[in-house]
Design a protein around this ligand. Structure first.
Ligand SMILES: Nc1ncnc2c1ncn2[C@@H]1O[C@H](COP(=O)(O)OP(=O)(O)OP(=O)(O)O)[C@@H](O)[C@H]1O
Length: 272
């Protein structure tokens, strides 16, 4: 499969990040740059530190050492165009970090229950994030809810139903709609297809691939599933015991792994 050439501006820089809970437990010495429109997969077996790294990158947990630098594009004015401001995620303060998550970033949890409000309607789940950005018009919010339900292949006639009446796969699609409705510049995904039936996973993956391409999303994706990584990610980082052991273009890593650990990971998928 042909991958796009990625010579785009940097969106996020991870600089020498370490967050350890014990020896080799967590993540250490992580350095990379995510470019605009790029999908970066973080892969590795259970306990390799993927989720720890994602929490640090997404502003949920400060690193012991290192910096996360986000290149935010502010729309100064129609005439002046946009200006880029580089923000040190853990130096800007809690309020600004939360505002970033709300306004420019999105987070898709493995378990949709962690990303949805189960007690309010599907439409409210989607509209709520828009309201947080200042949209108030009921008709527009409802129209956006219906539109996004359709985009994630949910029946828009169920807009008033509570997500707890949806299946796991439907809840995950609703969580994705809720996340993407605000057109985030950067989306973090933690095992977005984990815990679902294989057939449900396949459809969801297909949908995610279409949406990331259509919207030109920048994504950091954590998965232990190399098939998911193959389908969605342009580039991969392979983690083992908290460290990155190999990084590069997805096809190169999966078709010609260099590190013995990556070779083992790839062969364990290929060998029944
Ligand atoms: N809050 C925490 N307190 C103590 N130890 C932790 C904490 N979070 C993670 N760890 C430890 O850090 C290591 C890495 O865990 P992490 O969840 O980042 O790995 P992972 O690759 O995401 O695994 P999985 O795929 O199973 O989620 C593990 O040994 C884990 O026990």
């Amino acid at each position: 499969m042909k991958r796009p050439q990625l010579k785009r501006p940097a969106l996020l820089d991870a600089r020498n990040i370490t967050r350890l809970y014990g020896p080799n437990q967590g993540c250490q010495d992580i350095d990379f740059t995510l470019h605009q429109g790029e999908v970066l997969g973080i892969v590795g077996e259970s306990g390799s530190g993927k989720s720890t790294l994602l929490r640090v990158l997404s502003g949920l947990e400060a690193p012991d050492v290192g910096q996360v630098i986000y290149h935010s594009t502010q729309q100064a004015s129609a005439a002046a165009g946009s200006a880029t401001e580089s923000l040190d995620l853990y130096a800007i303060g809690e309020a600004r970090r939360r505002a970033l998550l709300r306004m420019e970033w999105g987070l898709v949890h493995q378990n949709p229950r962690d990303g949805l409000r189960l007690g309010v309607s599907a439409g409210a789940n989607v509209g709520e994030r828009l309201m947080a950005l200042g949209q108030r018009h009921y008709g527009d919010l409802r129209a956006a809810g219906q539109d996004w339900m359709e985009r994630v292949e949910l029946d828009p006639r169920r807009i008033d139903d509570a997500p707890r009446t949806f299946s796991g796969g439907m809840q995950q699609r609703l969580q994705i709609a809720r996340t993407l409705v605000t057109q985030p510049r950067l989306v973090f995904m933690d095992e977005p297809t984990g815990g679902l039936d294989v057939s449900v996973q396949a459809r969801l993956l297909d949908m995610l691939r279409t949406l990331t391409r259509e919207l030109g999303l920048s994504v950091i994706l954590v998965t232990h599933d190399l098939a998911v990584a193959r389908l969605l990610a342009h580039r991969l980082m392979v983690m083992r015991q908290g460290r990155v052991v190999e990084a590069g273009l997805t096809d190169q890593i999966l078709d010609d792994p260099q590190h013995p650990y990556t070779q083992l990971l790839v062969s364990s998928v290929l060998t029944p």
